[in-house]
Write a protein that binds this ligand. Structure first.
Ligand SMILES: [Zn+2]
Length: 74
C-alpha cells in the first residue's frame, strides 16, 4: 500500500499544514448507505495521518490501487 501511495502521489503533502511526513493506517470499512440512490462500497481504506498536525486523509484502497498513476493534483 505504501508503495502505491508513493507512485500515486509523488509530491505527497498534508492538505492542511503542508508536512511531508505521514503514518499509513490500513483499515476495513463497511457499507453504511441506507438510501438506494447512494452507492455503497465495502473494502479496505488507506488512511494517511499527518505526523505534524494529525489530519487524516482517507482513500478507498481498491480505487486508489486501480487508478492511473501518478494522480495529477493540479
Ligand atoms: Zn498536517
Amino acid at each position: 500500500m505504501a508503495k502505491a501511495v508513493d507512485v500515486a502521489f509523488p509530491k505527497l503533502r498534508c492538505l492542511r499544514c503542508g508536512s511531508e511526513s505521514f503514518y499509513l493506517i490500513a483499515s476495513r470499512i463497511f457499507e453504511a448507505a441506507q438510501r438506494p440512490s447512494l452507492g455503497a462500497f465495502n473494502g479496505d481504506a488507506v488512511d494517511l495521518v499527518c505526523q505534524r498536525c494529525g489530519m487524516i486523509e482517507r482513500h478507498l484502497w481498491k480505487i486508489l490501487r486501480d487508478a492511473a498513476k501518478p494522480i495529477d493534483t493540479d
